[in-house]
Design a protein around this ligand. Structure first.
Ligand code: 1CP
Length: 333
């Protein structure tokens, strides 16, 4: 027995640790029930008793090793005073970016606006369900947050080049980093044992810009987080060169997406690896799903590996399949 944090630090454990990105969410009827009564997503996240219930839901059903808080990466723009809303069938919609106003935000103001998230973490950390499991806090990476702040909606498959011409971008980047740091620190002080950094749009950036927008800020955040005494997992989704990313950013563990060849990654990276399996396999029949899970478990047999997916659980996933997968991974020897 042991937590993912201990495992990353070298402790032996009996079975492959497992949790899922988006393990709390629309594929669970009990989530949809709460969601249907709470149309405002931001308010739902900022209601600690409801967001606690949602965060815990997957652990009531499945033998998972970690709980990720029910929150969102767009709480950084929200804390910096940019308007954020989630529109049904559209996704996030952000308001005008008032850069002068954003630059005035102090650590205290940011902490105050995000305080319900810290209350949520404190509530969860007192719950018996967390016994010997990790409580994962998170933030978006600087680049991904900047993309949402300037693009004001999902970039989907392409970055609008105007982002790079934004005149105050260096100040904006520093401000995002400040907010990320205070948000991570507050989450750790409230009880988070692991931090995951989601760089969902890392794969959209050209090689010549990665140093400035991804490596440097993420390296700074990783160093900061490690100094707080917790481990940090990075997920630079679809990045072209995971090896170089690991060499420069040096996270505690690296989460891989499903486009990447797990064999090549296992051979080229020494850090603990997380994830990889395509979430679409959970939509297939049981045998195909487990065959694919086995592939990952075999490839990483001699590598420190945390089972997860290559992106979030899809809304059309059957909870029964999640249970079958979790039990299979926990029993795999
Ligand atoms: O019910 C709904 O309509 C809300 C859907 C939803 C949910 C369940 C959103 C809106 N956010 C969340 C929760 C969420 N977001 C979690 C909860 C914990 C868990 O994983 O169980 C986490 C970790 C996130 C992180 C997040 N938000 C990311 C990074 C991970 C990823 O998916 O790449 C991103 C990009 C966001 C922005 C966001 N928030 C919500 C949506 C639909 C999106 C993505 C929109 C887009 O494609 O740009």
């Amino acid at each position: 027995m042991g937590t993912i944090k201990d495992y990353i630090r070298g402790k032996k454990i009996d079975s492959t640790p497992i949790w899922f990105m988006r393990q709390a969410g629309r594929y669970l009827p009990e989530f949809r029930e709460i969601r249907s009564k709470n149309s405002n997503f931001i308010n739902l996240c900022l209601n600690p008793s409801l967001s606690k219930e949602i965060s815990i839901q997957p652990l009531k059903r499945f033998n998972l090793d970690a709980l990720i808080i029910f929150s969102d990466i767009l709480f950084i723009p929200y804390a910096l005073g940019q308007f954020v809303e989630f529109e049904k069938n559209f996704g996030p919609k952000l308001g005008e970016l008032n850069y002068k106003n954003i630059l005035t935000k102090s650590d205290e103001e940011i902490s105050l606006k995000l305080n319900p998230i810290y209350e949520l973490i404190k509530l969860i950390s007192k719950d018996a369900i967390l016994n010997n499991k990790d409580l994962i806090g998170f933030t978006g990476a600087t680049w991904t947050i900047m993309v949402y702040m300037l693009n004001k909606k999902s970039p989907k498959k392409k970055i609008d080049e105007n982002i790079f011409n934004y005149p105050h971008q260096d100040d904006l980047i520093r401000k995002i980093i400040q907010a990320q740091k205070i948000h991570i620190k507050n989450q750790v002080e409230s009880g988070a044992s692991l931090i995951q950094i989601f760089d969902s749009w890392a794969g959209l950036l050209d090689e010549d810009k990665i140093e400035k927008y991804i490596y440097q800020p993420t390296k700074e955040i990783v160093q900061f987080t490690k100094k707080l005494g917790v481990e940090v997992i990075c997920f630079p989704r679809n990045i072209k060169n995971y090896r170089k990313y690991c060499e420069i950013v040096n996270p505690s563990a690296i989460s891989i997406d499903y486009t990447i060849d797990p064999k090549k990654i296992a051979e080229s990276i020494n850090l603990p690896i997380q994830g990889g399996m395509d979430p679409k396999y959970l939509l297939l029949d049981k045998n195909d799903m487990l065959k694919n899970a086995k592939k990952y478990l075999e490839i990483f047999k001699n590598h420190k590996y945390i089972f997860n997916l290559g992106h979030g659980v899809l809304p059309e996933t059957k909870p029964e399949n999640v249970k079958i997968l979790v039990d299979y991974v926990k029993d795999f020897k």
